[in-house]
Design a protein around this ligand. Structure first.
Ligand code: ADP
Ligand code: MG
Length: 596
């Protein structure tokens, strides 16, 4: 059995399935051993000169009856035990998915997506395999072994002794084989993972590969990985074939021993001079020998299974440990107090922030007061902390108490979900799901109508693009939105955030890949549709924010200035430099900024 806090309750929940399964297994084991006995009886029946038709029909009816019992028993155990194991796997997977959504971002910074995916797939499958096949092997092999041993000894203990030694050998050999195979299997899995990662990256990055004409180099690299995969697969197949053939050879040799020794016993018994061993007279008819051979055949699979079950269990135990560690990972608990109705005032008081596992702070002593309804720009060089500043409002990382406030309330003391509902953000790397455009835009709200989605698309200046698509709003964005241009993706992210209709809207560098004309329309929409609602726009071009109420200028993680654009020209050297640089750039490029 595989026990653990996260799995025990599934045994209880599906106990009825396991009970039906085990009952079916035991019935099948019991009745299948009647077959060799009927065979033996038939052989003995044909020894005389006259046929006993009554006995013959009894045997035939018996065989038919056994066949039906086996049929029903097998259906019962297969359906119920696999149903229990599959349901447990699904239950665990549901639990893990729910957990994955509760875990903080820092967890994913420490654990690679591939590793987490492996827990969801390979590890859960290993556990399911043990719960299904492991349970079957345990009960079937255990019960069958006991039953056959008792029956063999009852038939003839001398011949049984002769056979038990090689049978134990089969069990030991099975165990050894399984151990070797597990080792090779792991190596094989590692190679397969490499191939999987390489292919996945190639398909995702196909644009870059083609753009730099790297196809041939990638092909050579991939050919190397494929070769390694082939070699390890071949060596695994070779090993399996050799081990299987050796087992077959051992079985054939044991059969020969039974036939040789047993045949001699039968001969002596039929000739009326039975063998006497250890003061025991061996009275073995031809039918008894056939029955004994049948018992032996039945014994082979449980013997091999006993060897396998040990290593199967240790593999499942290791998988359950990894899954349990994931399920037990620490979550950030959220305070109960809800943000309530939010007007949209945002305050930073002496706010400093350092990313987990980093030494250097990304933000230092930020003190800002954004009033409700203001439209505020955030500018600064790349890496100056703009994204970090706006993201802190989403409580994605633990923050220091008493530093960030929403409507004057400390956000560390407010319920995380309620804070996130009050702050809608179009993140810098606006991720698109492989869903339709309306699905992607409507993602931010469960209850939005098609009309609202269209309005959001209008807000983000996306409607013109969408009407150009054959399927309009039903156009499926490829995985990660491959079919859309950078600017279009950014605008889907803007529409999605706008649709949330939150008191605070954040656009993090969301118009960097949009042409100047479109940008102007979006800015006009912000001025009109977000009137009296707080909007914070992070921008890489100062022109984007130059008409806003106020602008924050960040430099090296610190606020250099926070004032109206006119004032900034006087007090902020960074801002003046940015304005000058941009004017120069526009002169050189003739004002053309279309990066869409
Ligand atoms: P900006 O948006 O102004 O370009 P960011 O806020 O993204 O700058 O980054 C500010 C600093 O924090 C940079 O030095 C960056 O390297 C660091 N940083 C950003 N994101 C992370 C992260 N997830 N983990 C660790 N450091 C980060
Ligand atoms: Mg940024």
């Amino acid at each position: 059995m595989l026990l653990g806090r996260h799995i025990n309750k599934f045994y209880l929940k599906y106990l009825w399935l396991y009970l039906i399964g085990v009952a079916g297994l035991i019935a099948v084991d019991w009745f299948q051993l009647l077959i060799p006995e009927y065979l033996g009886k038939i052989v003995d029946l044909f020894q005389g000169t006259q046929i006993d038709t009554a006995a013959l029909s009894e045997i035939v009816l018996g065989v038919v009856f056994v066949a039906f019992v086996l049929f029903l028993g097998r259906i019962a155990w297969r359906l119920s035990i696999f149903a229990a194991s599959q349901r447990t796997e699904a239950g665990l997977r549901r639990k893990m998915f729910a957990k994955s959504e509760r875990l903080p971002l820092s967890y994913y910074a420490k654990n690679k997506v591939g590793t987490v995916m492996a827990w969801f797939t390979t590890d859960l499958e290993t556990i399911e395999e043990f719960l299904g096949w492991g349970t079957i092997m345990l009960f079937d092999a255990g019960f069958l072994t006991l039953l056959v041993i008792v029956k063999m000894i009852r038939l003839d203990w001398v011949l049984s002794l002769v056979v038990f030694v090689p049978l134990v050998l089969i069990a030991v050999w099975g165990g050894l084989v399984e151990k070797f195979q597990a080792k090779k299997w792991n190596a094989r899995q590692e190679e397969f993972d490499k191939l999987y990662d390489y292919s996945r990256e190639s398909f995702t990055g196909i644009r870059v590969i083609k753009a730099f004409v790297c196809e041939t180099r990638r092909l050579h690299e991939c050919a190397g990985i494929i070769r390694k995969n082939k070699n390890i697969n071949l060596s695994y197949a070779r090993m399996t074939v050799i081990f299987d053939c050796i087992i077959s050879l051992i079985i054939a040799l044991i059969n020969a021993i039974i036939l040789g020794v047993g045949g001699y016993f039968v001969y002596c018994f039929v000739m009326g001079d039975p063998v006497v061993l250890f003061s025991h007279t061996v009275e073995m008819s031809a039918g008894n020998l056939i029955t004994f051979l049948g018992y032996f055949e039945t014994m082979i699979w449980p013997m091999m299974a006993l060897g396998q079950i040990v290593s199967m269990r240790s593999r499942a135990k290791a998988s359950l440990k990894r899954v349990s560690r994931f399920l037990d990972a620490e979550e950030t608990t959220s305070p109960l107090e809800k943000a309530g109705t939010v007007a949209g005032a945002v305050t930073f008081k002496n706010f400093s922030f350092t990313y987990p596992d980093c030494d250097k702070p990304a933000l230092k002593n930020i003190t800002l007061e954004i009033e409700a309804g203001e439209t505020v720009g955030v500018v600064g060089k790349v890496g100056s902390g703009k994204s970090t500043l706006v993201n802190s409002l989403l409580k994605l990382y633990p923050l220091e108490r008493g530093t960030v406030f929403l409507d004057g309330k400390d956000i560390t003391l407010l319920n995380t979900d309620s804070v996130r509902s009050a702050v809608a953000c179009a993140p810098q790397d606006g991720f698109l799901f492989s869903d339709t455009l309306s699905g992607n835009i409507g993602f931010s709200r469960d209850d939005c109508s098609g009309e609202e989605i269209e309005q959001a698309a209008d807000f983000a200046c996306l409607s013109g693009d969408i009407s150009g698509f054959k399927d309009g709003f039903k156009t499926v964005c490829g995985e990660r939105g491959v079919t859309l241009s950078g600017g279009q993706k950014q605008r889907v992210a803007i529409a999605r955030a706008y649709l949330a209709d939150a008191p605070v809207l954040i656009l993090d560098d969301s118009v960097s890949a949009v042409d100047i004309k479109t940008e102007k329309t979006i800015l006009a929409n912000i001025a009109e549709k977000r009137r009296n609602k707080t909007t914070i726009v992070v921008a890489s071009r100062v022109s984007t924010v130059s008409h806003f109420d106020k602008i924050v200028v960040l430099s090296g993680g610190e606020v250099e200035a926070f004032a109206s654009p006119e004032e900034l020209m006087k007090i902020s050297p960074t801002y003046r430099k940015m304005v000058r640089l941009q004017a120069l750039e526009e002169e050189v490029e003739g004002g053309c900024h279309d990066a869409d």
